[in-house]
Design a protein around this ligand. Structure first.
Ligand SMILES: *[C@@H]1O[C@H](CO)[C@@H](O)[C@H](O)[C@H]1NC(C)=O
Length: 610
């Protein structure tokens, strides 16, 4: 994005310009309002049309009445006046599912028709390409599902078809890389399991079907109960034995045998040659080589390093100084890639470890403004704030250098490849999680105290930005960057701008950080990776987050708080954990006046004891 000029005009200190922007925004909102009313009218129409297809709709859907706004109707979930979900579970519904009517609900993202009496074949959901979750479990659907039934539904993340009577093969269009949860258990699916891409899937269940053949490698880490009740499924070596079809051997022709022998001989010869060369090389090797051979990791590469300033500016006096050359010479380990750019761990020659965050084109602040802001951040001092050490200002990119903390981020502890990596430590127990949350809220409260004039003093609170030291003390990072991020990019760049109030009014508030804190608490207690459930862009990012929260709240109501807690968390104080869950929910209220403010959240969390 190249808006250098525009950015120069948008001086962050220029209040008049801000006022002007506000005025434009307010006009935009006033213009926007009728469109929302319009959206509600079309939604009402679409829903009533959908209802006419249903049998047994009343009394459950008796509230679907044109005289009230659809957001007040039973089973209709709204976000800021837009219908984003339909939840018509356990209503004894039957009849026709009029997908064409639902096409009129442009903002519909989740549809749940669980535990009703719908029959017949799978409706064509591709007419609703923006759907993110589809729940049809516990109905009487039957027949084969076309292989391409979900093709093009790129946002689809959760599909539950459990306990129906579907037959035939599992459609390969369900094996998309974006899929997170898939429940196909208790149907009559047959054939083999299609090759699911590994990585994203969090929940997968095909138990109680008639599947056969090998379990794809990408799914082998799932609990065996995801596969039981399919007598002909097999895993790894057992497949060879149990599947005569896999064992069918082809007879090799003499020509084939000849080629194989020749190939083997050639390969052996090459290997010998290689060994010989290696020996020769080793014997010639001298010390100068070391440097080039030894670094297995990446190095920090700068865009056009020589043309511009290479001087790091230090924001603290108590630090031993190093320069950019030292950083570039240090071996760097990629820690992650964020919304602005990458972050790296760099270990200097003397062993000092640092985190280098690289920001590309996130700010058009002038050098003076940037310096002033960094100087302020460098002056912060709190046990739960990761110290900022130095920065580099260049036109096309900025580096911010933080101290390194050994014990990875909270996010990594919660979701790090726990399922796959054996070396990863055991999941955090309740006490560590409480400690991390306590540290987080204290650090957050400190920032709120230090920056009374900022709307979202932290602005970017999420589990990957909460680092834990060796004692599980939380240290916040990437804080207070709002003032140096371009307004045009801010809603993409900072998570506080995904809050409901920003989606609705284009403004954050002092409580936007509280919303992020609430999400962090729910994520920490449930172990569910909020990052993976998020779509991209705009209004629906907010709605999806709201849906994520709502899902947890509903599940907690259904199963009790303990039912939603991360199974890996050893809870030593159940009542306290339940209280924290409740605080998390209060922090995630969409309406600002229902949401806790930070001072109350802090007080309530401090009262929890280990
Ligand atoms: C899969 O579904 C079956 C039957 O619905 C259930 O018993 C089992 O616990 C489920 N497994 C997982 C891992 O969810």
């Amino acid at each position: 994005m190249n808006n250098g000029q525009e950015g120069q005009c948008s001086n962050i200190d220029d209040n008049r310009r801000r006022m002007k922007a506000m005025a434009v925004l307010m006009v935009a909102l006033m213009v926007a309002r009728p469109s929302r009313v319009l959206a509600q009218e079309t939604a009402a129409e679409a829903l009533l049309k959908f209802k006419t297809g249903l049998v047994n709709a009343d009394p459950a859907l008796g509230s679907w009445n044109p005289s009230t706004p659809p957001c007040n109707w039973a089973g209709v979930d709204c976000y800021n006046g837009y219908v984003w979900g339909l939840q018509l579970d356990n209503m004894g519904l039957q009849g026709q599912i009029d997908v064409d009517a639902l096409v009129g609900l442009q903002t519909l993202r989740t549809l749940s028709l669980k535990n009703n009496n719908f029959q017949g074949t799978m409706p064509d959901w591709r007419k609703l390409p923006a759907l993110t979750s589809l729940h049809l479990s516990g109905n009487q659907f039957s027949g084969e599902i076309p292989d391409d039934a979900f093709t093009g539904m790129d946002s689809l993340k959760m599909v539950y078809l459990s306990s129906n009577k579907f037959t035939g093969p599992i459609p390969t269009s369900l094996a998309s890389p974006t899929m997170l949860e898939l429940g196909l258990d208790n149907n009559q699916f047959s054939g083999t399991i299609p090759p699911f891409p590994s990585g994203n899937l969090q929940i997968f269940n095909v138990s109680g079907n008639q599947l056969q053949g090998p379990i794809p490698p990408s799914l082998r880490n799932f609990d065996p109960s995801s596969f039981i009740g399919n007598s002909a499924l097999c895993e790894g070596d057992s497949c060879e034995a149990s599947h005569p079809s896999a064992k069918r051997k082809k007879k090799l022709s003499p020509a084939m045998i000849f080629i194989i022998i020749l190939g083997t001989l050639l390969a052996l010869f090459l290997l010998l040659l290689l060994l010989l060369l290696l020996c020769l090389w080793w014997s010639l090797e001298d010390d100068d080589y070391e440097d080039d051979v030894e670094t297995p990791r990446t190095r920090l590469e700068m865009a056009s390093p020589l043309q511009q300033s290479t001087k790091l500016s230090f924001v603290r006096d108590d630090r031993h100084k190093f320069d950019l050359q030292d950083l570039m010479r240090a071996s760097a380990e990629v820690l992650g890639s964020g919304n602005f750019g990458g972050s790296y761990k760099a270990v200097l020659v003397d062993g000092e470890a640092l985190v280098v965050k690289r920001f590309k084109q996130m700010t058009d602040a002038t050098k003076d403004e940037f310096h002033e802001h960094m100087r302020v951040l460098g002056g912060l001092q709190h046990p739960h704030i990761l110290p900022l050490v130095a920065y580099l200002y260049r036109k096309e990119e900025k580096l911010i250098v933080f101290d390194f903390v050994a014990n990875a981020s909270l996010g990594k502890h919660l979701h790090g490849d726990r399922r796959r990596t054996e070396g990863w430590p055991r999941p955090l127990n309740w006490l560590c999680r409480l400690k991390a949350i306590k540290g987080t809220v204290r650090g957050l409260a400190y920032l709120h105290k230090e920056f009374p004039g900022l709307e979202a003093p932290h602005g970017h609170l999420k589990s990957s930005n909460v680092l834990l030291d060796s004692n599980y003390n939380a240290l916040l990072m990437d804080y207070t960057l709002g003032p140096v991020v371009n307004p045009a990019q801010i809603s993409e760049a900072l998570v506080a701008y995904k809050c409901p109030e920003y989606a609705m009014s284009g403004r954050t508030s002092r409580k936007s950080d509280v919303w992020c804190l609430g999400i962090l608490i729910l994520e920490t207690l449930t172990g569910r990776d909020v990052g993976r459930y998020l779509g991209q862009g705009g209004l629906w990012y907010g709605a999806e987050l709201a849906g994520w929260v709502k899902g947890i709240v509903e599940e907690a109501n259904e199963k009790g708080a303990v039912g939603v807690f991360d199974k890996g968390m050893e809870i030593s104080a159940e009542a306290e954990a339940e209280k924290l869950l409740q605080i998390g929910i209060w922090c995630c209220q969409e309406e600002l006046d229902k949401r806790l403010d930070l001072v109350d959240a802090l007080a309530k969390i401090e009262k929890l004891h280990d």
